[in-house]
Design a protein around this ligand. Structure first.
Ligand code: SAH
Length: 252
């Protein structure tokens, strides 16, 4: 196997998987998503590795670069931020590689919505509050199917992690309220989760736009909305004394 599509994790270079790091240390060619991948990760690369920043490349250029490297029997890594399956635009790359009969493997990564939970010290799936996490985005240049617009997803009142949308925060808030979230619902915004410059802003749907005004947050931020951010919840059954499961018998 010569081509690996690797999740770089959310920013902190220690949040790549052991496998991802090992591959990075041996790759001959690395094509990384320069707008979001922490360049510090590239310190692990071999001295003579050829490194491309895909921010200035088109899809055909990326595919041609991979194809040429494979023809020379080189090992290639396509490094994506977070986990490549989430807004990674990897499907079109994988399909193009399949068409050219180039074998590849995908190595998952820690997505930024999970690094955000870690930064917030927050569980997204609290009993009686929400057992569902919705990963979505507001419509931008990439269209979102009408049936999954924020307004309709908001009806579920589950925990929502909204990617790629902080620059449209005003619209996001309007849609969430129109969809059914109360104005007092808590919201948190985490910019650059796991990076040294990580910022956290907490507010309610009603106050967040004002709250964020002077915080200089316009990109690389996750919006989390939901009642899980309140402190009022029931305890999980998993560790309850009277609750037995496969690994533990009830003690009461
Ligand atoms: N594949 C990536 C997402 C790429 S889309 C993943 O799994 O995380 C880019 C969006 O991800 C950004 O607009 C932002 O919403 C979010 N994002 C990426 N890195 C982030 C980070 N460190 N902290 C907060 N949000 C981040």
């Amino acid at each position: 196997m010569k081509v690996f599509i690797v999740g770089a994790g959310p920013g902190d270079p220690e949040l790549i998987t052991v496998k991802g790091q090992r591959l990075l240390q041996t790759a001959d060619v690395i094509i990384y998503a320069g707008s979001l991948v922490n360049p510090a990760l590239l310190d692990a690369a071999k001295k003579d590795a050829v490194i491309y920043n895909s921010a200035s490349m088109t899809l055909p250029e990326v595919i041609d670069t991979i194809t040429a490297a494979v023809a020379e029997d080189k090992m290639v890594i396509r490094l994506h931020t977070g986990d490549p399956a989430i807004y990674g635009a990897i499907q079109e790359q994988m399909d193009a590689l399949k068409k050219r009969d180039i074998a590849f493997e995908v190595v998952p990564g820690v997505s930024s919505f999970l690094a955000t939970a870690a930064a917030l010290k927050q569980e997204y799936t609290l009993p009686d509050i929400s057992q569902t996490v919705i990963i979505t985005r507001n419509e931008g240049r990439t269209p979102v199917p009408e049936r999954e617009n924020l307004r309709s997803l908001a009806q579920h009142q589950s925990t929502m992690c909204i990617f790629l949308s902080v620059h449209m925060l005003g619209d996001v808030v309007k849609e969430l309220i129109a969809g059914g979230y109360d104005k007092t619902t808590p919201i948190a915004i985490v910019q650059k989760a796991s990076w040294p410059e990580q910022k956290i802003v907490r507010a309610t749907l009603e106050t967040i736009v004002e709250e964020i005004k002077d915080k200089d947050i316009s990109r690389t931020a996750m919006i989390v909305v939901g009642h899980c951010l309140n402190t009022d919840y029931s305890l999980s059954r998993l560790y309850a004394p009277e609750f037995s499961h496969m690994y533990r018998k009830a003690s009461q």
